[in-house]
Structures are given as C-alpha cells and as structure tokens.
Design a protein around this ligand. Structure first.
Ligand code: SAH
Ligand code: DHB
Ligand code: MG
Length: 226
C-alpha cells in the first residue's frame, strides 16, 4: 500500500503507453484508424490498444470464427476482431451513423480485412432481426454501442449465439456511476439493469473487470453462454 499515493491518473496513461510500445500492440493500420476518426471529428471513444489486443486474444482463445460487433465507430476494435478471426472468418459490425461506417470501411480496407467484415448501417435493434432471419450464428459478440440498450443487446447475443458463445460488454464502470445510478443517468441505470439480467440469466455466467488506463476508470464484462 505504501506506493499507492504515488499512483495518479496520468501514470495510468503512461503505463498503458509503455505496454503498447513494448508489446507492439498498435501497428500502422490501427494507428491510422484512430487518426482517421480524429480527422473526421469523431469522438475518441474506441477501445484502448490493450483492450483491442485482449479482444483479439479472446477471439483466438475461444476459436471464434463468426463475430458480431454492436457499435463500429471508426473500426478500431473491428480491425482487431477481424484480424483475430483469420482469413476464413467473418465479422458483422452494426453501426447507426452512416458517416462512422464510411470512415470505418476505409480503415478496414487499409488494414486489409475489409473482405471479411460486413458493416450494417442502422439502429442495431432494427438490424438484429435481419441477422436472425438470414440464419447468422455468432461465436463471439462484442457489445459497445448505446448503453441504454445493453439488456436487449445481451438478450440478442444469447439468441444469435450457441453454447460456448463469448459475450464481451464494454464500459461497465463509467467512473463508478454504475454503483448508485443517479436519477436521469440512463446509461448507468441501463448498465446496472444489464448486470441484474446477466446475474439471473439461466444460460449466462460472467465476470466484470474494472480497468484503469488510457481511457480512465471503466471496464468490461465477459460472459459465457451455456
Ligand atoms: N467499438 C468501437 C467504439 C464504438 S463507440 C471501438 O472500440 O473502436 C459506439 C458506436 O455505437 C458509435 O459509433 C455510435 O454511433 C454507435 N451507436 C450508437 N447507438 C447505436 C445504435 N442504436 N445502433 C448501432 N450503433 C449505435
Ligand atoms: C463512450 C462510449 C464508449 O463506447 C466508450 O468506450 C467510452 C465512452 C461514451 O459514449 O461516452
Ligand atoms: Mg466502448
């Protein structure tokens, strides 16, 4: 405990940067995806380089070949997922904003994974029934869009999954706001409701991991469908 006081917020960022440098976590294509988002005036809310790498490793460790992502933004996490499924795999990524999808498509081309990624533009809850109708089944689902719909997204992930499907949900701490959601904080309420739902779901077991790093205090949950 003696060194705790020496650890301040900027050090989380520095240590994240060190990990990224030493572990070679971010190559030119990922960097370009981040910069393209910035140039296009999009918010810098993509996953960190370390989080992207962990997503990639989870996809590989689970042997997942068919990945669903909800929330593309500029395609940063999409590139990590698409690389992990390999050339025979496929990623479907759902994005509400056409302009985000356009920037993402160019970044996916630059990363040479565009051939294995389908971006579906529209509100995810409108797109998901179409995926079910055409018979899509997913081994891995990354939920990272409007937090207000997280309960529905987790339900859809189970519906479109199978025993063994891995679900990762981003942004489960939001600087701690989820502990005691304030009136009007719909995001925090929705994340809290999602945990109640996962906790009582007969086919889900999960862990929620808080993180500090380049993105401040947040975290992600990992769930396994049985
Ligand atoms: N996964 C990305 C970040 C996603 S940010 C990454 O880590 O690189 C969240 C994205 O979800 C934004 O692009 C936003 O436009 C999109 N979004 C918000 N509401 C949505 C909805 N209802 N359906 C689909 N996408 C939505
Ligand atoms: C926000 C959304 C995210 O997906 C994220 O990782 C960080 C922030 C946001 O909407 O503020
Ligand atoms: Mg996120």
């Amino acid at each position: 405990m003696g060194n705790v006081e020496a650890v301040t917020a900027p050090d989380w960022v520095s240590l994240d940067q060190l990990f990224t440098r030493v572990l070679h976590s971010e190559d030119d294509a990922l960097r370009a995806a981040r910069e393209a988002a910035d140039t296009a005036g999009m918010p810098a809310i993509e996953v960190s380089a370390q989080h992207a790498k962990l997503l990639s490793l989870l996809v590989k460790m689970s042997g997942s070949r068919r990945v669903l992502e909800i929330g593309t933004l500029a395609g940063y996490s999409t590139i990590a997922l698409a690389r992990a499924v390999g050339s025979g795999g496929a990623v479907v990524s759902l994005e509400y904003e056409p302009a985000h999808a356009e920037v993402a498509r160019r970044s996916l081309e630059r990363a040479e994974v565009a051939d294995r990624v389908e971006i579906v533009v529209g509100a995810a809850l409108d797109s998901l029934p179409g995926l079910q109708q055409r018979g899509d089944v997913f081994d891995f689902v990354f939920i990272d869009a409007d937090k207000e719909n997280n309960v529905a997204y987790v339900e859809w992930a189970v519906t479109l999954g199978h025993p063994g499907t891995v679900i990762v949900v981003d942004n489960i701490a939001r600087n701690g706001r989820v502990v005691d959601p304030q009136p009007g904080d719909e995001q925090a309420h929705a994340i809290r409701a999602m945990f109640d739902m996962i906790g009582s779901h007969p086919r889900l077991e999960a862990a929620a991991i808080q993180t500090v790093g380049a993105k401040g205090w947040d975290g992600f949950a990992v769930a396994l469908v049985s």
